[in-house]
Design a protein around this ligand. Structure first.
Ligand code: PEP
Length: 249
């Protein structure tokens, strides 16, 4: 039985003051929930997050990491640094990193490897653009993004990773994939892994991300291959995020 995971990606939002209130409410609101909950604040707030969540049920992670372990890489943050601040997870290949910061499949694969070498759990984000969906390329795009990781790291690497299916057209747009659209792609991802290793496929948590709201969460999370969500905008509002967490419960 896969434990559901609801993860909040704060992107470049927050301040010491607003984070303190949000983290406090999340910490209190998740008590007793059966699902796992994680937050992904901007790097400078990881120390604050650790201080406020360290004896709570909420995990946290980085929004990205460097593919390099150490050295003269100005502004980069290594996997070991994330570990130093108690991170359990790290997002890898978010569509904003791919589209706005030029992260190629190869870079994403290198970051995935760097995360696992440091025992961080990568949350690998995959998803098609609207043009790709309209051209009927959804499955092939998502399958390629996943194949790059499997070819580089082997299918067994997915036993200690999470995949997030995030259609680019749904991220931050207010347009949510229908539960059927999400289920179709999640099932395809699981089938792709199952061909190589049935047991890894069975245990693999596949999150849906893209304008998840309290109103849409329960039906999305009710799909057989949807194991929780990666939440952006709604993760900044404690009541909304907690309602989404309860929907996964
Ligand atoms: C995201 O950034 O991963 C995301 C899913 O954002 P939103 O929920 O705002 O669409």
């Amino acid at each position: 039985m896969r434990k559901k995971l609801v993860a909040g990606n704060w992107k470049m939002h927050g301040s010491l003051q607003s984070n303190a209130a949000l983290l406090e409410q999340i910490r209190a609101g998740v008590v007793g929930l059966a699902c796992e909950v994680a937050v992904f604040p901007p790097y400078p707030y990881l120390a604050q997050t650790r201080a406020l969540l360290s004896d709570s049920e909420v995990a946290w992670g980085g929004q990205s990491l460097s593919e390099y372990p150490v050295g003269a890489y100005t502004a980069e943050v290594s996997a070991a640094m994330l570990l130093d601040f108690g991170c359990r997870y790290v997002l890898v290949g978010h569509s904003e990193r791919r589209a706005l910061f030029g992260e190629t499949d190869a870079v994403v694969a290198a970051k995935f490897a760097a995360a696992q070498q440091a025992s961080l759990i990568p949350v690998l984000c995959v998803g098609e653009t609207l043009a790709e969906r309209e051209a009927g390329l959804t499955t092939s795009v998502v399958s390629r993004q996943l194949s790059v990781i499997i070819e580089a790291q082997g299918v067994a690497a997915l036993a200690s990773a999470v995949v997030a299916y995030e259609p680019v057209w749904a991220i931050g747009t207010g347009v949510t994939a229908t539960p059927q659209q999400a289920q179709e792609v999640h099932a395809a991802i699981r089938r792709q892994v199952a061909v190589l290793d049935a047991s890894v496929a069975k245990g693999l948590r596949i999150l849906y991300g893209g304008s998840v709201k309290p109103q849409s969460a329960a039906e999305l999370f009710g799909q057989v291959d949807v194991d929780g969500g990666l939440v952006g905008g709604a993760a900044l509002v404690a009541d909304d995020f907690l309602a989404i967490c309860r929907a996964a419960n």
